[in-house]
Ligand binder design. Structure first.
Ligand code: ADP
Ligand code: MG
Length: 456
């Protein structure tokens, strides 16, 4: 296979695993420049593309190439002057059009000026113990911009309502005072606007656009991890706004101190206002959200049905909505409320599939993450730096591998099943309270999820 054929085939594979907008923005004008002893040198048009591909897509790229050519060991990225010239010619338009199309398609109505989706309001936001602090902070900020918490930094896992809350602030501010300048955008989009502006020498226009906001809302800020140019620009934008008493709001999937490859000075800015998390919704709030979203459809979505959904779908609100919609669609088709077993069947089908990981992969990933010998997990030692990873490994063996307690105890140096139960319960409890721990576990899972897809 020539380099060109190899890359073309890899691209068609990659195209299926990233969004169209990202694919066009970041994979266009890339090519294999060289292949030497299993290392592929990929030519990319500019520094931003290099950063993105390296930090965000590296493992996908490697996986796609390996599937086609098993001797590939690694991929390195290099900026090509020739490609830069081509990209320069195609400029802005190319970079933006697909993203805009996708946005309109997905959200059908987004305010052109502020980029806010009017459906995300405080009125439509259900408050429960897991999000009440974030909600209160968001409301306070929307009532006195730049005066209470600046910046406001809201973090939490996917589908828990961060975007909804952030946009509610923007919509409330616009409603109270339409003359204020509000901008909502994802950090991903912020980054690609910067790229486009740099390519077309319009960086000052973009700087001006964001530095003149009364309220700037940047969603999913963890995205700028490792992107030094974006971070630098954001730092200056933030300072400009902050010094004039303008409000900035961020969201992230993790607290500032856990965002990797993030400049210290930005981290301390993020932490300088109010940092507040949204955790997982409790049963009562899940039910309240379902009731809220099924108003007017009670004949299809009975209390009993909502109860089953709220009891089954626990992880996040996006999944909860998805499940509700799936059940509703099926009932409409049937022209009646579904029986409970039918509802359960739909839920089983729609929930994320369980992982297909082996016990060894879990143990390996845990040892690797904590930088300890695999063997030490089976030792009798009670050293703190071993005990915690051991408990986490036991927890993961239970949760992701479905191991029985006696098996898990046995697996870890012939321990008793009560040790495994204790470890499982301790970690289950701790992850709810300790975002750092929950983040560590998420990362470990990423490692073996990736490896168990045939990359390990
Ligand atoms: P995130 O940005 O944290 O991934 P979103 O804000 O996109 O999550 O929320 C996912 C979906 O759940 C959205 O449709 C949103 O309207 C809904 N949602 C989240 N939290 C709430 C809530 N507290 N009340 C009502 N709907 C919610
Ligand atoms: Mg979001």
């Amino acid at each position: 296979m020539t380099n060109e054929e190899l890359w073309q085939q890899a691209l068609s594979e990659l195209e299926t695993s990233v969004s169209k907008a990202n694919f066009v923005t970041w994979f266009q004008n890339t090519s294999i420049a060289a292949r030497q002893e299993g290392v592929i040198i990929l030519h990319v048009p500019n520094a931003f593309a290099k950063e993105w591909l390296e930090y965000k897509y590296h493992k996908f790229i490697l996986k796609a190439l390996r599937a086609l050519s098993p001797e590939v060991r690694n991929v390195e990225y290099a900026i090509s002057a020739q490609l830069a010239a081509i990209a320069q010619k195609q400029k802005l338009q190319r970079v933006f059009t697909p993203q805009e199309e996708q946005m309109e398609f997905k959200e059908f109505f987004v305010d052109r000026e502020t980029n806010l989706n009017p459906k995300y309001t405080f009125e439509a936001f259900v408050v429960g113990p897991f999000n009440e602090l974030a909600h209160a902070a968001a409301q306070a900020v929307s009532k006195s911009l730049g005066m209470v918490y600046n910046p406001l930094f809201i973090y939490g896992g996917v589908g828990l309502g961060k975007t909804h809350l952030l946009e509610s602030i923007g919509n409330a501010v616009k409603k109270a005072n339409p003359r204020l300048k509000v901008q909502y955008l994802s950090a991903e989009r912020f980054t690609s606007e910067l790229v486009a502006a740099m390519q077309s020498n319009e960086i000052n226009t973009v700087k001006e656009k964001y530095r003149s906001c009364d309220l700037l809302i940047l969603d999913d800020i963890q995205f700028i991890s490792g992107k030094t140019k974006t971070q630098e620009e954001l730092f200056h934008t933030f300072n400009t706004l902050y010094e004039c008493g303008r409000q900035v709001v961020f969201s992230s999937d993790k607290p500032p101190k856990l965002i990797q490859d993030l400049e210290e000075r930005l981290k301390s800015r993020f932490e300088g206002g109010m940092v507040v998390d949204i955790s997982q919704p409790d049963y009562e709030t899940r039910l309240a959200i379902l009731k809220n979203k099924s108003r007017g459809k009670e004949s299809y979505l009975t209390d009993e049905i909502l109860d089953v959904i709220a009891g089954t779908v626990q992880r996040n609100i996006r999944e909860l909505e998805g499940a509700l919609n799936a059940v509703f669609a099926k009932s409409k088709l049937a022209g009646r409320a579904l029986a409970i077993p039918e509802v359960r069947e739909i839920l089983m089908k729609n929930l994320q599939p369980r992982r297909t990981v082996t016990a060894n992969q879990i143990i390996h990933a845990v040892a690797e993450f904590y930088d300890i010998q695999e063997r030490s997990l089976f030792d009798k030692t009670r050293k703190k730096e071993i005990v915690k990873p051991r408990q986490i490994a036991m927890y993961l063996l239970r949760d992701d591998f479905n191991g029985s307690y006696p098996y898990i105890g046995q697996r870890f140096g012939g321990r008793d099943h009560t040790t495994a139960i204790h470890a499982y319960e301790k970690i289950s409890k701790d992850v709810k309270r300790n975002p750092q721990l929950s983040e560590e576990i998420k990362r470990i899972r990423e490692v073996y999820d990736f490896n168990s897809q045939g990359n390990g």
